[in-house]
Ligand binder design. Structure first.
Ligand code: ADP
Ligand code: MG
Length: 224
């Protein structure tokens, strides 16, 4: 599904180029549930942004199915981002001034859905994620775990092929983390959603079927 070939990226600091990704080769297959682990600053978020079509400033080749992503125009890349991938973050990144329901509606409204279909789809998803009664609340009125459920609803409302989650349980307690990981597991097993997540937590890794370690911009896969 995803194939990265010899990906390199560097950031400029003062007059120096600091390499962040060094010759990354990675294949992600449909249905993978993949964990990326590694120390802070090793390049994990940089790699996720590139896989999620946020960053296009790198060298090497990125293929999605058999299409080459690297040479796409900006608006084609935005389209891929809206249609193919759902993002989840450590701090949920919900819009604080909007109700939960409105936060989740956003991707559909961008996509041109009508009002009634949107309402139905959002209600169904909130119910499925166990926060059916929270649609009319503001993010700050929810617990961390409930906010992460809302963020998952927002990420999957467009039926993406894959989810990118950057330390999704990093701000949650152990039990809530396990609940969130079980939601990912269910999406992966029952709906075939491919999941790529960054984590520091060995408990979280147990849910995944591949583990990759990142050190100084280099990947090594764990043989299990
Ligand atoms: N926009 C940026 N400009 C300059 N340096 C950056 C930028 N983003 C990240 N970096 C640097 O790149 C390295 C990798 O960062 P990051 O991908 O966020 O690592 P991780 O997610 O593994 O903690 C770090 O040294 C970080 O300081
Ligand atoms: Mg990071």
């Amino acid at each position: 599904m995803i194939k990265l070939e010899k990906i390199r990226k560097a950031y400029k600091a003062d007059d120096e180029l600091i390499p962040v990704l060094r010759n990354i080769d990675l294949e992600v297959h449909k249905g993978d549930f993949l964990a990326i682990m590694g120390p802070s600053g090793s390049g994990k978020s940089t790699l996720l942004n590139l896989i999620g079509f946020i960053d296009r400033n790198y060298s090497g080749n990125y293929y999605l199915e058999d299409e080459i992503v690297t040479s796409k125009a900006d608006n084609d890349l935005s389209k891929l981002r809206n249609q193919r991938v759902g993002f989840i973050f450590q701090h949920f990144n919900l819009i604080e001034t909007m109700m939960i329901r409105e936060n989740i509606e956003l991707p559909l409204l961008y996509d041109g859905w009508n009002y009634r279909q949107t309402k139905e789809r959002v209600a169904e998803l909130l119910e499925k994620l166990g926060i059916g009664d929270k649609g009319n609340k503001l993010p700050r009125q929810l617990s961390g775990g409930q906010q992460q459920r809302a963020a998952i609803a927002r990420a999957i409302i467009n039926n993406p092929d894959f989810i990118i989650a950057d330390e999704p349980t990093g701000a949650l307690d152990t039990q809530t983390s396990a609940d969130i990981m079980n939601i990912f597991k269910q999406l992966n097993e029952e709906e075939g959603v491919t999941i790529i997540l960054v984590t520091h937590d060995p408990e979280t890794v147990r849910f995944c079927n591949r583990v990759i370690h990142m050190h100084d911009g280099v990947l090594t896969e764990e043989v299990r």
